[in-house]
Ligand binder design. Structure first.
Ligand SMILES: [Zn+2]
Ligand SMILES: [Zn+2]
Length: 447
């Protein structure tokens, strides 16, 4: 298996997380001592900058310690040492931006990029990285069995992503009339993940890791979802809307047995095939694990800022034509003129659209896949691409309002976080939750 080549600590791989990318300067504080490549130990406050493509490490008095293209700082005593990123100057246009102080365990790699910039990369064991990202994304009070299922899913996705990154480029298919875009694996070079929402929010040890997250990580240490001997590309998102979708609705045209479309409830329904099915499904509010508005359950799952979005199972967004025309123009860069019609051409089994036709007075084009559709139709993103469109028109057929009745939140492929948390509250184990969302996948402990 691919990840074994990356194995480090008894088989546990390391993750390279970029805390800062392409910065000219950074200020650090090392708690306890760290070794630099020539064997010297350093500690305390340090300045980092780039001179002619070389990373220059200096002490607080400005005295140069080392100058190299790349500098690795390894903690002398790995359990006690940590470092704090104090503040950062983003210098390109002489803006100053003060970052929140954040502390991290593990090693630190200062990697020169251009003549004037470097990346600040944290090298950290996978399990510790996972504990931090799960704490950042989940409420501390989330149920344990849900957190265990989430830990196994995120761990599997991460390793599958790192293996895939080496082989699959980012894909686009753009012609005059068809704009089909998706971004699967991240496009980072020289490190595995960044520290913000682009990959997964990673705040090191600044954020307190809750007891349940620690228990969930420890109880599932080294356990992965596997299928036919490979680690599963195990995806997750907030809410499926009652039925999960398949890989090809969101990403490349591939299919995986463990990412089959399932009904998120006790009984399986027939997935969506026709527009009539989609209308019936998305205008109704069928029972499902993730069909919950129980604030007690939601508070246990979602960090407080996500509680602002309560209507995620079924939702409605409406625009007057001028407003939607302006949103589409600014998001797509295409002037469609007066909007005449918006039509779903292809849907996945959850009702998520992956080919949408937009007809205007100046242009007609087809857009996909699900994320690009969501991006084009809202100032930020629509919650999902599972929607049916109705158009209110006046007597001479001019569009007055475009109304989107939708369901779910996120791409809908793999584990539904809200459904999984409700399953845990109902007494299901992590194994049962994973078996529900990842058809036929086998759990294996790999370190
Ligand atoms: Zn990223
Ligand atoms: Zn669901």
């Amino acid at each position: 298996m691919t990840f074994l080549h990356r194995a480090d600590n008894n088989g546990e791989p390391n993750i390279q997380a970029a805390l800062l990318q392409n910065v000219p300067e950074a200020h650090l504080k090392l708690e306890r001592s760290y070794f630099i490549p020539d064997g010297r130990a350093v500690a305390g406050e340090l300045d980092v900058r780039t001179v002619n493509g070389q990373v220059v490490l200096s002490d607080a008095e400005g005295k140069e310690i080392l100058r190299q293209k790349e500098i690795l700082l390894s903690p002398a005593a790995s359990t006690e040492a940590f470092f704090t990123v104090l503040d950062v100057k983003i210098g390109i246009h002489f803006h100053w931006q003060r970052f929140q102080e954040q502390s991290f365990r593990g090693a630190l790699l200062l990697a020169g990029q251009s003549d004037t910039t470097f990346h600040l990369i944290n090298i950290i064991p996978l399990e510790e990285y996972l504990a931090s990202v799960i704490s950042s994304e989940m409420a501390a009070s989330a149920p344990l069995e849900f957190l265990k299922a989430q830990a196994v899913t995120a761990r599997s996705w991460l390793m599958a992503m790192l293996a895939k990154k080496k082989s699959v480029p980012i894909r686009h298919q753009k012609t005059e009339d068809e704009i089909i875009v998706w971004q699967d694996v991240n496009d980072h070079q020289g490190f595995d993940v960044c520290a913000d929402d682009h990959c997964q929010r990673y705040q090191g040890i600044t954020r307190i890791i809750s007891g349940n997250v620690t228990r969930a990580i420890d109880a599932t240490r080294g356990i992965f979802l596997t299928s036919a001997g490979d680690i599963c590309d195990a995806r997750y998102y907030k809410c499926c809307g009652g039925q999960t979708d398949v890989f090809a609705t969101a990403w490349e045209d591939a299919s995986f047995p463990y990412l089959a479309s399932i009904t998120d409830g006790e009984e399986q329904r027939v997935p969506i095939h026709t527009e009539k099915d989609a209308v019936a499904w998305l205008r109704a509010k069928p029972d499902a694990y993730c069909n919950t508005t129980d604030p007690e359950i939601l508070r246990k799952i979602l960090p407080s800022f996500d509680l602002e979005t309560l209507n995620f199972y079924r939702w409605r967004v409406e625009y007057p034509p001028e407003e939607l025309e302006e949103i589409i123009r600014s998001k797509s860069g295409i002037d469609f003129g007066r909007l005449k019609n918006i039509e779903a051409l292809k849907r996945g089994p959850s009702g998520r659209i992956y080919r949408l036709k937009i007809e205007g007075s100046l242009r007609t084009a087809v857009v996909g896949k699900e994320l690009e559709i969501r991006r084009w139709l809202a100032p930020t993103h629509l919650l999902s691409s599972a929607f049916v469109i109705s158009t209110a028109r006046d007597a001479d057929k001019t569009a007055l309002r475009f109304i989107f009745d939708g369901g779910g939140w996120g791409h809908g492929v793999g584990l539904c976080q809200i459904g999984a948390a409700v399953m845990a509250v109902k007494g299901h184990s992590a194994e049962e939750i994973l078996a529900h969302y990842f058809t036929g996948a086998v759990l294996r402990k790999l370190y």
